[in-house]
Design a protein around this ligand. Sequence first.
Ligand SMILES: Cc1cc2nc3c(=O)[nH]c(=O)nc-3n(C[C@H](O)[C@H](O)[C@H](O)COP(=O)(O)OP(=O)(O)OC[C@H]3O[C@@H](n4cnc5c(N)ncnc54)[C@H](O)[C@@H]3O)c2cc1C
Length: 497
Amino acid sequence: MGHLTRRALLAGVSAGIGLYAGRTLLAPTSATGPVFPAEAQAEDGAVLLNDSSELSPTPVAKHVVVTADPRGEAVENIRALMAEAQHAGRPFIASAARHSMGGQSLAKNGSVLTLDQQWLEADAASKTYRVAAGTRWSTVIARLDTIGFSPAVMQSNNDFGVASTYCVNAHGWPVRFGGCGSTVRSLKMLLADGTHVTCSRRENVELFQNAMGGYGLFGVITELELDMVPNSRLEPRFDSVSGAELGRRFAEMLNNDASIQLAYGRLDVSLDRFFEDGLLIAYRPAADQSDLPAATGSGFISRVSREIFRRQVGSDGMKHMRWWTETSLGPKIAGPSTRNSLMNEPVVTLDDLDPLRTDILHEYFVAPSRFAEFVALCREVIPASFQQLLNVTLRYVDADTDSVLAYATEPRIAAVMLFSQEKTVRGEADMARMTRELIERVLAIGGTYYLPYRPHASIDQLVRAYPRAASFAENKREFDKGLLFRNHLWDAYFARL
Ligand SMILES: Cc1cc2nc3c(=O)[nH]c(=O)nc-3n(C[C@H](O)[C@H](O)[C@H](O)COP(=O)(O)OP(=O)(O)OC[C@H]3O[C@@H](n4cnc5c(N)ncnc54)[C@H](O)[C@@H]3O)c2cc1C
């Protein structure tokens, strides 16, 4: 018996059905009050699944892991599982690594499908590859690396599934790109009535646009065809820049230099210099492109040790030390690395290993010209909360002209924030309050927030951030009349529109 940690949860996912059935999960207490009760008890006999927030324990009627090739029996198996759920009148949702944080990959008392596959076929001539929906980016990188290619767009970590990346329309360091969806040529999806359709910018266009960033609510994606780009040796350049100037400088840097392949920014999170200083890191092709080594892990984590990163909780001294490591030491020791190695970082490297706390991500998207206002609002809201902000990474995301739930209707700077949250009732209440305040202020400067994280926004905020939210819900009801595909995002938000 033990506490349900993220590691245990992930182990449970790969172990398959029923790992937590009938098991009592103990809730430790902390000096600051009871641990968040949602994690306290599994329902007797029920399978309890969670996501990477560790705050979404959800009883499910059935959990099935599919590892088979989508060109083989997998499609038939999934269709049968969907029919079974439909017959039993319960919801169905697909998932991969369940690193979303608010039940987007979970269906209460429903059937949950975990896809964990390996199949990939690349076509060097067309610079595309076909991949099973549940293939993880670590597999994609390993396979493309051997033929000299690299994913066009993926997140900053390699644990996630390819279809789920399309379903949240994730983005990362690669520039100049929009979300991953912009690099998906076509996909195959099982609809609620069991038909297996191809969707692209020419075929079943409406489904393609709704399913991109559509959180699994339109069907189960079985395979996708994506763009790939040549792998190459890249050299970093570090530029110090004030926090307020960072957005504008980021956009200018990319507009002035088409050779940049990967780029991101960071902000100093020490409370006494909160967001005052920033750093821009851009990777350009090195002169020497011969004998590229096989993909290994990326550089940031190797440069800034997990120990320093974690000891930032409650310590401005460690935050200063971490910022020094990043701005002074990092540029001195960073050398060339391949694109694939830079993108090949597992989430586990940063795991907090603390049963009383959990890492919660936020992400906001603002126009480069409004970034200074974003910095100002964060300075007013975040330090006044109880939350421990450990990291901010900035990315550049190009305009999204495809998806219905687009978070970047114009080019935007994405600010990804990693908070360490106490797993207590007061920690959760404080996080909910702070999140709503941040969203409100970001909306006031024309920005949006990201949907795969905690469900703290009000419905009204979601509708203002995503003006086509009501059309999305209407389209879903049209394509999935019996509402087979449901998750917490549907239940808490779109079902009410
Ligand atoms: C540490 C960390 C770092 C992150 N970094 C980034 C980042 O750099 N950029 C970024 O944009 N995001 C980032 N994210 C967010 C991340 O991209 C999403 O949480 C993503 O969903 C994770 O993939 P997953 O495989 O865990 O998806 P899951 O949580 O398993 O699923 C996500 C959604 O996709 C749906 N889905 C999954 N598979 C299918 C399928 N086959 N058919 C239909 N629907 C499906 C699910 O129903 C769910 O709604 C990060 C998250 C974490 C925890």
